[in-house]
Every structure is written in C-alpha cells, then in structure tokens.
Design a protein around this ligand. Structure first.
Ligand code: NI
Length: 129
C-alpha cells in the first residue's frame, strides 16, 4: 500500500540527513522502522507484563534534589541506580527499572518534567528476552 504525507520542507531535509546518518537507503524504509517502533511503544503502554528498562538521566546542579529524591522514592520499580559526573559538571544517573510499561512511562515523564533535567533516555527490553 502506498501512503503519502505532507511535511514542511525543513523537516524533510533534516529527516533526510538523519536517515542517511543511520544508513537507511530510502525514506520508506526509515518510515516503516519509525512506525514499527511507535506502534511497539504504544502497545507497550497498554501491556500488563513487566519489562526491564535502563534509563539515563542527565541534569544540572540547578535540579531540586528533594524533588528528584521524591520521584525516586515513589518508584519501588527502580532496582539499581548509579550516579556519576560528566565533564561540564552535570550529574548523570543510570537506573535499572523493572516494572510494567505504564509505570516506567510514568517515571520517564516525571523525570522529563523536572526542572534542570537536560536529557532523559531509555532502552527497554521485555523480561526474559
Ligand atoms: Ni552529582
């Protein structure tokens, strides 16, 4: 099936550069991959099964530590965390989290909503995979 879509010129140009850097040979190939990942993420939201995710959180000194700690304490799904520093003095924390998709998503959105947070990234994998 052929699906066409409209997009601003600048976005298309950035998309073309991005897909080239990732080694995709065509836009269609990249779009199929993006759509698959998007669907998988949406389905994951609804899953009841537990997953394991590794979350990295990068934040500056201006972050309110007590707020961060309150978030951490309200997620018993966090099984491991590590704190280290990057060159500019920012803090980098790495979390291993085991929980349902909705709980992990909720944690990610709380991290993203915290003032002073510079980046939140995560990798997930289903348990037993
Ligand atoms: Ni620190």
């Amino acid at each position: 099936m052929i699906v066409s879509m409209s997009m601003e010129k600048e976005l298309v140009e950035r998309f073309d550069r991005a897909i080239k850097s990732r080694g995709y040979s065509t836009r269609s190939e990249a779009m199929r991959d993006l759509v698959r990942n998007f669907i998988s993420d949406c389905e994951w939201d609804l899953e009841e099964e537990e997953s394991i995710a590794v979350i990295t959180l990068l934040y500056g000194k201006d972050v309110k530590k007590y707020k961060l700690m309150a978030i951490q304490h309200s997620y018993p799904e966090i099984s491991t965390m590590m704190h280290t520093h990057v060159e500019d003095g920012s803090c980098l924390e790495v979390y291993v989290v085991k929980g349902t998709g909705d709980r992990i998503r909720s944690l990610l959105s709380e991290f993203r909503g915290l003032a002073g947070v510079k980046a939140v990234k995560f990798v997930r994998s289903a348990c037993g995979v």
